[in-house]
Structure formats: structure tokens, C-alpha cells
Design a protein around this ligand. Sequence first.
Ligand SMILES: Nc1ncnc2c1ncn2[C@@H]1O[C@H](COP(=O)(O)OP(=O)(O)OP(=O)(O)O)[C@@H](O)[C@H]1O
Ligand SMILES: [Mg+2]
Length: 199
Amino acid sequence: MTANTIWIEKYRPLVLDDVVGQDEIVSRLKSYVISGNLPHLLFTGNAGIGKTTSAVALAREFFGETWQMNFRELNASDERGGIDVVRNQIKQFARTAPLGGGAEFKILFLDEADALTPPDAQAALRRTMENYAPNCRFILSCNYSSKIIDPIQSRCAIYRFRPLSPEAIKTEIARITQTEGLVCSPEQRMPSSMSLRAI
Ligand SMILES: Nc1ncnc2c1ncn2[C@@H]1O[C@H](COP(=O)(O)OP(=O)(O)OP(=O)(O)O)[C@@H](O)[C@H]1O
Ligand SMILES: [Mg+2]
């Protein structure tokens, strides 16, 4: 990481314990690490409150040093229409066995899953999830679960990320200012309606 790395990446928590303000979700995700098993998951909630961060931290802790071989992050809105994402990239990753020994399945994180147009692309995703479930668990992320078709929702454990509380934001800003050696007054720390994304 270079000196010019933007702070949302520089300070992206690497472990679940450093994700602030989502305690209940974090403790449930940690229980998957302990049990060594994982259902398909659906993360919903506003932008910038820890969905991607939690998925990556979960994968790091779940797989240990083989996490990069067994975890893939895709964005459903990267390719027009979305259906190609499902058909090609997702299947290619999901159909091959996990790597590095020890792991029983891979994890595919699909950001902006609600960009997949219902019913076609989401129906294709649903079939892929079913067909490849033994090899691959899916973590879908979206802002609104209502945009995900019921058959997918019913196959996932749903995690609703809450907007971060002022206390959680303060905790994170304190961590960042301390590391950066910055002095920050309480007013500067917490202007009204500030979010971490806006820093
Ligand atoms: N709960 C949190 N604890 C600590 N840092 C956080 C938290 N939520 C967000 N951040 C910071 O904000 C950045 C963006 O968060 P993240 O990518 O996880 O958001 P997201 O919920 O996936 O948003 P989107 O819906 O836009 O994909 C992270 O890199 C991290 O620095
Ligand atoms: Mg995200």
C-alpha cells in the first residue's frame, strides 16, 4: 500500500474484529469461521457501511493463507445486462474445486447483485447457486433485499447492515486520526450527517 492510497482502502478493516458498529453481524460471521461452514449469504444495507469489508475479512479468516485462491469478488454491474456475468465469470469460478488443500468450497462475493435484472439474470444466478453449492458459497451484496427475487432470498442467510451509529463512526475516526498523527476536535470529528464514505 503506497503513501497515496485513499483512506477508505488504507483503513479498510482486514479482520472482522475491526469492523465497527455491526457487532451482531460480526459475531455471527465469526461463528462460521469457527464452525468451518457457511451457507449462502445476502448482505443488504446502505452504501459504505461494511458489506464488502465484512465479506473480505470473513474470507481472510475463513481460508487463512489460501484466501486469495478461494475468494473472488465480482461486481454484477460491471458487464452490461448482467446475464454474462452470471453465465461466464461466476460459473467459471464456481465450477472448479477449491485450491490449496483444507478448503471444502470457495466463496464468491457478488457486489451489486440487484443490478442483475430480474427475472432472467437472477434466475440464472439462482440455478448457478444451486448447481455449484457444493463447490462454492455465494455472498450477495445489495442495497435493497426487495430487489432480489424470493427464490434467491430464501436460499440465503440474510444480514441487514445498519447505518453506522455516531459512536461507531467516532471510533473509526479516532483510529484513523491516531494512526495519521492528526489532532481532531470533537466538532471536526463529527460534523452533522457525516459518513465514513464522505471522508
Ligand atoms: N463498519 C465499518 N467499520 C470500519 N470501517 C468501515 C465500516 N464500514 C465502512 N468502512 C470503511 O468504508 C469503506 C467502504 O466500506 P465498504 O466497501 O465495506 O462498504 P459497502 O457496505 O460494501 O458499500 P457499497 O454498498 O457501496 O458496496 C471501507 O473501506 C472502510 O474503510
Ligand atoms: Mg461494497
